[in-house]
Design a protein around this ligand. Structure first.
Ligand code: SF4
Length: 217
């Protein structure tokens, strides 16, 4: 099967398997999603969702976050890991949002990636899920692994994977594509022990029963 045909079949099938796929970070506005996404680097969404309720009760605006003392914020986000650099990123990004963007999270890719700690992946999360704008495709570890196993890319660099996917997946599905693959990656096609026998994508998957990089545990 050609890549384009496989991608089209997956876009048909995945929403039927995961009709409830969604962003698993808890947020109420774009600023909260930006902060939660910065915290989610090298950390599970579940852990981030345990930390953010108290954080969002205490800090309500970009100015509030920017004014937080570094050490205090570090303590509050410590359990998400890499807390020193995450606290620096949050304080710096929110200071820029407060001073250069009138307190509102910017809505364009160039403005977002100019903020400290915000790369294309975080910007895509915010644009797609808080602003309903599809500028690109979020490529996290699940999306990268599954896109490779499903034979949609041979690239390993996230930005190159994203470029391959943007050619194959219709733009209106870019945001959901990531949610579908993340749901499938967490529930079935895990990194170490993919359940090919129970996988509903098996007939479309060129890696079925021999996924690259998988190790049975
Ligand atoms: S068949 Fe196996 S490798 Fe392919 S998507 Fe399903 S679980 Fe992953």
């Amino acid at each position: 099967m050609k890549r384009a045909d496989r991608a089209a079949a997956l876009v048909e099938l995945l929403p039927r398997i995961y009709p409830d796929a969604h962003c698993e970070l808890t947020f109420a506005d774009p600023l909260q999603l930006l902060i939660a996404t910065i915290l989610s680097a090298q950390c599970t969404d579940k852990r981030v969702n345990m930390v953010t309720p108290a954080l969002f009760r205490k800090y309500k605006t970009a100015r509030d976050f920017a004014a937080a003392p570094q050490e205090e914020l570090e303590r509050e986000i410590q359990s998400t890991g890499f807390f020193r650099s995450k606290a620096k990123s949050i304080r710096s990004a929110t200071a820029d949002i407060a001073m250069k963007h009138g307190g509102e999270v910017p809505r364009t890719m160039p403005e977002l990636i100019a903020l400290r700690g915000v790369g294309r992946k975080t910007a895509n999360v915010v644009l797609g899920n808080a602003f309903d704008q599809s500028e690109g495709i979020v490529v996290d570890t699940h999306v990268a692994r599954l896109s490779q196993r499903l034979g949609l890319t041979k690239q390993t660099d996230p930005e190159k994977i994203e470029r391959d996917l943007m050619k194959l997946i219709p733009r209106e599905h870019w945001t959901m594509w990531s949610h579908w693959l993340i749901f499938h990656g967490r529930r079935c096609c895990t990194a170490r022990s993919p359940d090919c026998a129970g996988c509903e994508l098996q007939s479309l998957c060129p890696s079925a029963f021999q996924p690259p990089g998988a190790r049975k545990i």
